[in-house]
Design a protein around this ligand. Structure first.
Ligand SMILES: Cc1ncc(COP(=O)(O)O)c(C=O)c1O
Length: 341
């Protein structure tokens, strides 16, 4: 029965085209969407059940949680200083049927050497972790593509896998979504003057810490918002902000300073570890929150290069909420702190 009358539920404007949901080929069937990406990945891993999963040594802990939930044997592989997978090691160590996950770091796809390896090793299964990518500017390269929208745009939950062949083969989400994930986002939204940062930040932190692998579905709210978010506008703003920062911070930026074909996730800079922490603290003191990717790597300490990167990277925000003017203010604070004796 469908009701007629009564109070209005939340009404959102109709989806514009092309929205992020269709651009990303988000599954139409909500049963193939999850509350977060780690749950979508765990469902995929449990369905495919490869003999071994290879993860990059530089990755967030939630990816390892997905492997643990699916009870898989995990090995880590090293990366170059520019975050390219060590294909020589993978080529000799990975066995037929193994699954390899690689990340589009900061929104950028891996380089040709890795893509050649993917093309050559038809006996392996590949997951493209695009959780930091709105648009890599290149074709998808894996058998499956993993997404976590809340890292990139203003939705509070969601995670899904898009298969390259369009056959949905992962386990389904089973449980109703919860709106609890929206508490912090709504608090921040209502606090238009951003006076209550301490309150919404704390609520968001405790929610992020509580994220786990589960078979809970993504909210309809997030699916609807994603359908309406304009890809081109978001991409254009991010690229412009990236270039504004590149103009000031070329000496310490991690990515190439040329206009990016990909849509930047953020603007990573690399600094000596003590200095990185000083810059981060100075930015926080001025109300600027730069992220650390990742403070808690799941890979063993023997992967020293990955652990060094994690101690030296700082990701400056350059997303579509801001304009180049705000970027220059942030760049000046970074430069002043870096150049202070
Ligand atoms: C590269 C990457 N992949 C996957 C994930 C997992 O995303 P979620 O928090 O939605 O489970 C993250 C989270 O930080 C990530 O950074």
């Amino acid at each position: 029965m469908s009701f007629i009358g009564g109070f209005f539920g939340l009404e959102l404007p109709p989806a514009g085209a092309p929205g992020l949901a269709s651009f990303w080929k988000m599954p139409i069937d909500p049963a193939f969407t999850f509350a977060n990406a780690r749950s979508a990945l765990a469902a995929l891993l449990a369905s495919v059940d490869p003999p071994r999963l290879w993860l990059p040594a530089y990755v967030c802990r939630s990816v390892a949680q997905a492997a643990q939930a699916a009870n898989l044997a995990v090995s880590y592989y090293p990366l170059s200083d520019s975050l390219q997978p060590d294909t020589r090691l993978l080529d000799s160590a990975a066995k037929a049927g193994d699954m390899i996950l690689a990340v589009d770091y900061f929104g950028r796809p891996p380089e040709a050497a890795f893509l050649d390896f993917v093309g050559r090793r038809g006996d392996l299964k590949f997951v493209e972790d695009a959780c930091q990518a709105i648009d890599t500017g290149a074709d998808p390269w894996g058998h499956w593509c993993l997404r976590s929208p809340r890292k990139l745009v203003g939705v509070a939950d969601g995670g899904f896998v898009v298969p390259a062949d369009r056959i949905l083969d992962a386990h389904r989400s089973l449980f109703e979504p919860g709106l609890d994930s929206y508490q912090a986002a709504c608090m921040r939204f209502e606090d238009e003057a951003e006076q209550a940062n301490g309150e919404w930040h704390a609520v968001n932190q405790s929610r992020e810490h509580a994220e786990k692998v589960a078979r809970r579905r993504m909210t309809r709210l997030s699916r609807t918002v994603l359908a309406g978010l304009p890809v081109e506008e978001i991409a254009g703003r991010r690229r412009a902000n990236f270039m504004a920062l590149a103009g000031k911070l070329e000496k310490i930026m991690f990515l190439p300073a040329a206009p990016p074909r990909f849509v930047p996730f953020g603007f990573p800079i690399r600094l000596a570890r003590g200095l990185r922490d000083r810059v981060s603290a100075e930015l926080i003191a001025q109300g600027i929150f730069a992220a650390i990717h990742w403070s808690d790597l799941p890979s063993p300490e023997v992967f020293t290069a990955a652990h060094s990167l994690a101690a030296e990277f700082l990701t400056l925000p350059c997303d579509h909420r801001y304009d180049p003017h705000a970027m220059l203010r942030m760049a000046n604070i970074v430069l002043e702190t870096v150049n202070r004796p």
